[in-house]
Every structure is written in structure tokens, then in C-alpha cells.
Write a protein that binds this ligand. Structure first.
Ligand code: BTN
Length: 240
């Protein structure tokens, strides 16, 4: 695969979507040292301090059914968390659907965007990872963290990037070979949230219950305090 590196972009996801539209090859990665309009999930922005984080997007043209598209986000989360835990005896963990945590603070996130119209449909998987930030703006300081803050070390950013990309390619092949079960089992091995009490915000409602498992479609199965069991396709989880 090809890595296209920029000093500064609005958002690597937006740029990757443009490149996809223009016919970029599958597996290409768009990387930037800084973003002026980094995007997070749910319309939020992604804090993208220059040179200290990894901000990149992977272009894919998967031959998957529509109901399998959410698997791409889960496989990306597994690729990232395992690359992190390979470089160090770090204990990065996953929070459904796509947060990477270190010591229960947010180290990274994934924003997958699907392009359905145009000549080249596909999916862009955007990954943001805090590596060497020494601190964060006040509004996210309590929630966000970096590898530097947690471990006191400056990891080699590009070495980490290469390891993540290598994992992404191999887990993507596994998905295409229809082995989502393997992705789900690796996801389960890298989370601490299953079996624990959570709050799940879905739309404008907040549900309280125990996170039980991922189902075969990657939904989060929650045993609600009311006794009901519901599988959520999306939502925002806080541990309680
Ligand atoms: C989230 O947790 O809300 C997802 C954050 C995703 C951030 C990355 S940084 C690289 C890529 N480009 C973007 O604009 N967003 C993603």
C-alpha cells in the first residue's frame, strides 16, 4: 500500500474521501502531521496538535454486504490496540464501539465513513491516536491522554504507524475471508467492559445496564436494569 503524507490538511478523512472519489487505490493511507478540522464521531472535532499525534485514514473498497460494514470499525480497533500492546507492555484497551483507552482515558478513536455514491464506492477508516502530547485543552483534559502522559516515554511515531498499518492489512484480509469471528474474539480479548455496569446513550435516551457481549454483527448486547436484553448498533458508553 501507498502512504501519502502531508504537513497539514483539514481532515485526513475528507481528503481520503476525495482521493477515493478520484479513484485512489485500495489500501492507500493518507497521513498528516496536523489537521485544522479533525473530525470525531457524532459531529465532534478531534483535537489534532501538530506533530505529536498520529492522524491518518485508510482507503478501502470492501466487497462486503452492507450489514458487514460495521465490522471494519471493530477490526480497525483491534489492529490499533494490538499494535499498541506489541510495542510495550502497555495496557491499551477497547471501549465499544471504537475508542482506544489507556488507564481508562481516551488515547484514540476511529471514525469510519462510507462513500456510497460516485464512481468508486468505498470506506474511509480514520484513526486518531495521541502519542506525545504533554497535555490537552481544559475541556478534554480529564478525558484524554497520550502515551507520553501515561508512560513517560516518547514512542517512535512512525514505527507505531507501520505496525498499525500492517495489522490493518492482515485483519482486513481476515474480514474479507469471512472470518469475522476471529476479529470479534480478538476484540473481546482487548476490552475490560464486558460484564461491567455501563450507561449507554442512544439517541436522546440513556440506558443503564451490564454490557454482556458483542453479538455476531458487532452490536453491543446490554442486560438492562429493567431485565430486558437489547443489542445496540450504535451509542455512546460510559462506565459506571
Ligand atoms: C472519535 O473518537 O470520535 C473518532 C476520532 C477520529 C479522529 C481521526 S484523526 C484522522 C481522521 N481524520 C479525521 O478528521 N478524523 C479521523
Amino acid at each position: 500500500g501507498k502512504i501519502i503524507a502531508y504537513d497539514q490538511v483539514d481532515s485526513t478523512n475528507d481528503l481520503a474521501k476525495n482521493l477515493l472519489f478520484q479513484g485512489a487505490e485500495e489500501g492507500a493511507v493518507v497521513l498528516a502531521d496536523s489537521q485544522t478540522k479533525g473530525k470525531g464521531r457524532l459531529g465532534r472535532s478531534w483535537y489534532s496538535e501538530p506533530d505529536t499525534g498520529l492522524y491518518f485514514s485508510l482507503i478501502l473498497k470492501p466487497t462486503l454486504d452492507q450489514d458487514e460494514i460495521p465490522h471494519l470499525t471493530l477490526m480497525a480497533a483491534v489492529a490499533v490496540v494490538e499494535a499498541l500492546n506489541q510495542i510495550d507492555s502497555q495496557n491499551a484497551t477497547l471501549k465499544w464501539p471504537n475508542d482506544i483507552l489507556l488507564n481508562n482515558r481516551k488515547l484514540g478513536g476511529i471514525l469510519s465513513e462510507q462513500v456510497v455514491d460516485g464512481p468508486h464506492p468505498g470506506v474511509v477508516i480514520g484513526i486518531g491516536l495521541n502519542v506525545s502530547q504533554a497535555g490537552f485543552p481544559e475541556d478534554i483534559a480529564g478525558l484524554a491522554t497520550s502515551i507520553l502522559i501515561e508512560t513517560g516515554t516518547h514512542p517512535a511515531r512512525y514505527e507505531l504507524l507501520i505496525n498499525i498499518i500492517r495489522n490493518l492489512y492482515s485483519y482486513y484480509q481476515i474480514l474479507l475471508e469471512d472470518n469475522v469471528g476471529l476479529i470479534l474474539s480478538h476484540w473481546r480479548q482487548n476490552t475490560r467492559m464486558l460484564g461491567t455496569p455501563i450507561l449507554l446513550r442512544h439517541g436522546n435516551r440513556t440506558h443503564s445496564g451490564i454490557a454482556m457481549d458483542l453479538d455476531d454483527d458487532g452490536r453491543l448486547v446490554v442486560h438492562l436494569d429493567s431485565g430486558e436484553e437489547i443489542a445496540f448498533e450504535s451509542g455512546e458508553v460510559t462506565l459506571r
